[in-house]
Design a protein around this ligand. Sequence first.
Ligand code: KIV
Ligand code: ZN
Length: 516
Amino acid sequence: MNPKVMIFDTTLRDGEQALQASLSVKQKLQIAFSLEKCGIDIIEVGFPISSPGDFKSVQTISKNIKNSRICSLARCITKDIDIAAEAMSFSNSFRIHIFLATSTLHMKSKLKKDFNEILEMATLSVKRALKYTDDIEFSCEDASRTTMDNLCRIVEKVIDLGVKTVNIPDTVGYTTPNEISSIIKNLFERVPNIDKSIISVHCHNDLGMAVGNSISAIQAGARQIEGTINGIGERAGNTALEEVIMAIKIRENILNVSTNIKHKEIYRTSQIISQICNVPIPSNKAIVGSNAFSHSSGIHQDGVLKNRKNYEIISPSSIGLKEMKLNLTSRSGRAAVKHHMNEMGYKETDYDINELYASFLKLADKKGQVFDYDLEALAFINKQQEELEHFSLNFFSVQSISNGLSTASVQLLCGKKIYTESSTSSNGPVNAIYQALNRITHFPIILQKFQLVAKGKGKDALGQVDILVEYKKRKFHGVGLATDIIEASAQAMVNVLNHIWKANKVNEKIQNLKKK
Ligand code: KIV
Ligand code: ZN
């Protein structure tokens, strides 16, 4: 068996940083479960000092994830490290990831420190983190623009202190495959204690070379690759992990390494993350794009029919891509729900079908189509997270006249009370419905994005509406799915209203705590 390359996923930290609307604890937990199921070795679950919400999600994930190692980010600041350790204390094996800029540019213009001060800060922080765990990762931020002498000195120092993973980030996506290879080779040649640590790389994609750079680093000796599924992340994104993982599998004969990943989970994980993060996958995206396995030209189709290998280097089934399955809706029976759970690899003894089916029906009524990841969430996410929504749409009606006004009436259940409102608009029925909802809730919302796509094929397709709104300088994302696109639009807004309502509740709690 070839040596292993550890796969480190930072979707919930570096990826989340770049999303238009932040994820809820429940959504982050769903993502963490699916990464764990995919066999990801290390999941970076957040930056707990950054907000109480992040702290809470790191804590919740640490309680629930058992088979992947949990990791949290901290600056070289004592409080950051203490809070990271506290947030992960429910997990029996966790990693603290500390980072500090080492390039002359960052040291001078960002940190206003010289290199000796940087060495001192790194030393104090590594010692502090070692009080909590022996699994410390140290990142030399902006490593690809750091002088080789400084990089060798700091890497030797932190390994000496007991750091087990040293990460070489290409923070601004500046390096090239040859250059990163030479950086890694130089470290192996010049750092005497390098064999005591795993060398990792973390590449950003500003020049579109993140995956190429990561592969090059592996060939030079790196044994941990950091990135995100679908390449989500700051600016042009991070290394797309599914591409690196499949390159390792398909070209194992020249790369001579392997991973612990369960390849058949890749497609599912990619879909879940795209849906939850509201980041669509481009159709021509390698490995997981909808076109990645379709053949269009006559010559190619003929070649594939004669022998798939003529034009196909990866089989769709190897990443778990199956033929379109029947949609799960409120019309589906227990057998369909069981079948989907079975397909995802769960035995009947893993969950309670009666409970699952009852909550499935409730969700299907609200959402229209239920996805595999919803089923997983219903079956396994702690009951305490299954709060009832405050707002729900009881009824709506719209009337639209060409070149005229649209009229909408809505009935909204708010907690236990029912409110009814109507409105007219010259901007169409969706606008009329949104105005009517607003007359009930009075939330000062600015609609920033509205996107409608068809989910599924032909007449069975459902309309999915994704909206992004601004409310008191914060962004909220809502999704609605229904056969009727007006209903999907209304559901997306009701989804947003529920997010806002919850955020207001959290705020109230924080204010009350401050008063005490
Ligand atoms: O890009 C970067 O340098 C980072 C570090 C925190 C690892 O994300
Ligand atoms: Zn990064």
